[in-house]
Design a protein around this ligand. Structure first.
Ligand code: NAP
Length: 352
C-alpha cells in the first residue's frame, strides 16, 4: 500500500460503509474501503430483505451488497481486504495499522464497522460454536435437515432464524427468557402461527451437550415462571448457606432444569458493536461499546475528522435502510469537514 495520505478511509463494507463509499466517491474523495473480517456485513447473512425501499418483491441480502459494491467501485472507491488492528487518532493525519501489516494514513475516517452476533454465555459454547452451534441460520441451517433445533432469543433475528430453519428441521423450538417477544408484530405473528415452530417461554440455555466429533446432541434448559432464570440461579449461587436456609422457596419459585435432545442450536440474541480497535483512542464509546456521535442529526464524533455510520453508532433503529442513510450522512459530513480543513490549512500556510 502506498505511503500517501488519503482524503477518506471507510472502515467496514456493510450497507453503511458502501453507502458512505458511493457518496464519497461521487464527491471525488477517492475513498479507500477496508472490507473487514466479514465483507458485506450482516446483510450477507440475511435471506430476503423485504423492507428496503425500492424493492417491492424483496431483494437478497447478498445481492443488495454486491450491487452496492459495484456502484461504489463504478464511482472510484477502492476496496481493500483488510481489518484495522489499531488506530492512532490523536494527531492528523490519522494512522491505521492493518491486519496486512500496512499502515494507512488518512485525513478523515468513517467508522462503519457494524456489529457482530452476541453469544449467550452457555457452558460449552466456545467448544461447540461451528459444530452444531451457530449464529447464522442462513449459513448453517441446511446442515440440520431432519433435526430438532433450538433458537435462542425473542427479537426479529430469532424469528427470522426460526422461520428459515423450519424449512429444514423437523422441529424448531424458540427459547426466550421472558413471556413476551421483542420481535416486530409481523415477524412474531409469522413465527407464532407456524405449525413447526414451538415456543419455550421464560426459559434460557444453560449448557450445550456434545463434542466437536459428534456435534450438538442436546442442551440443558432452565426455566422460571417469572423469566430470566439464569439470573435467579446466579443470585441463589451467591447466597451463603445460612441465607439459603432462611429463604423458603414458594411453589413455582424454584428454577427448573430440563435436558432436551437436539441436533442444532442457533443464537439470535442481538449484536455487539465492533469497536475494539477504538477502545484506546479518544473516540468516545457508550457502555455497550457503541460509537458516540454528537447530538442532533450528525455523524460527527468528539474527534474532528472521525465520523460514525450504521449499526456501530445506532443502538436503536439498526435497519439496512437507516444504515444506508447514516452512511450517506457520514460521507456528506466528512466532505464538508475536509473542505473546511483544507481551507484552514491553506490559510495557515499563506504568507502573512
Ligand atoms: P434484539 O431486538 O436486541 O433482540 C435480542 C433478543 O435476544 C431479545 O429478545 C433479548 O431478550 C434476547 N437476548 C439478549 N441477550 C440474551 C441472552 N444473553 N440470553 C438470552 N436471550 C437474550 O436483536 P435482533 O433480534 O438481532 O434485532 C436487532 C435489530 O435488527 C432490530 O431493530 C430488528 O428489528 C432488526 N432486524 C430486523 C429483521 C427483519 O425485519 N427481517 C431481522 C433481523 C433483525 P429480551 O427481549 O428479554 O431483551
Amino acid at each position: 500500500m502506498s505511503a500517501e495520505t488519503h482524503e477518506l478511509v471507510v472502515v467496514g463494507s456493510g450497507v453503511a460503509g458502501l453507502s458512505a463509499a458511493v457518496y464519497a466517491a461521487r464527491a471525488d474523495l477517492e475513498p479507500v474501503v477496508l472490507e473487514g473480517p466479514e465483507p458485506g456485513g450482516q446483510l450477507t447473512l440475511t435471506t430476503e430483505v423485504e423492507n428496503y425501499l425500492g424493492f417491492p418483491e424483496g431483494i437478497g441480502g447478498m445481492e443488495l451488497i454486491q450491487r452496492g459494491k459495484e456502484q461504489a467501485e463504478a464511482f472510484g472507491a477502492e476496496f481493500v481486504h483488510a481489518t484495522v488492528e489499531s488506530a492512532a487518532l490523536e494527531d492528523r493525519p490519522f494512522a491505521l495499522e492493518l491486519s496486512t501489516g500496512d499502515t494507512l494514513r488518512t485525513r478523515a475516517l468513517i467508522v462503519a464497522t457494524g456489529a457482530s452476533a452476541r453469544w449467550v454465555g452457555a457452558e460449552n459454547e466456545d467448544e461447540l460454536m461451528g459444530y452444531g452451534l451457530s449464529t447464522c441460520a442462513t449459513c448453517d441451517g441446511a446442515f440440520h435437515r431432519g433435526d430438532d433445533v433450538l433458537v435462542i432469543g425473542g427479537g426479529d433475528s430469532a424469528m427470522e432464524e426460526a422461520l428459515f430453519l423450519a424449512k429444514f428441521a423437523d422441529s424448531v423450538t424458540v427459547v426466550h427468557r421472558r413471556d413476551e417477544l421483542r420481535a416486530s408484530e409481523i415477524m412474531a405473528r409469522r413465527a407464532l402461527e407456524h405449525e413447526q415452530i414451538e415456543f419455550r417461554w421464560n426459559a434460557e440455555l444453560l449448557e450445550i451437550h456434545g463434542s466437536q466429533d459428534e456435534g450438538v446432541t442436546g442442551a440443558t434448559l432452565v426455566s422460571h415462571p417469572d423469566g430470566h432464570p439464569t439470573e435467579r440461579l446466579e443470585e441463589s449461587a451467591s447466597r451463603t448457606d445460612a441465607e439459603s436456609r432462611a429463604v423458603e422457596p414458594r411453589d413455582g419459585e424454584e428454577v427448573e432444569r430440563e435436558e432436551v435432545d437436539v441436533g442444532g442450536i442457533f443464537y439470535g440474541v442481538g449484536h455487539v458493536p465492533n469497536t475494539a480497535f477504538l477502545e484506546d483512542t479518544p473516540v468516545p464509546l457508550d457502555e455497550d461499546g457503541h460509537l458516540l456521535t454528537e447530538d442532533g442529526m450528525t455523524t460527527e464524533t468528539a474527534v474532528p475528522g472521525v465520523f460514525g455510520a450504521g449499526d456501530v453508532m445506532d443502538p436503536k433503529y439498526r435497519q439496512a435502510v437507516t444504515a444506508a442513510g447514516t452512511g450517506s450522512m457520514a460521507a456528506l459530513d466528512a466532505e464538508g469537514w475536509l473542505d473546511q480543513e483544507a481551507a484552514e490549512r491553506l490559510e495557515a500556510s499563506a504568507p502573512a
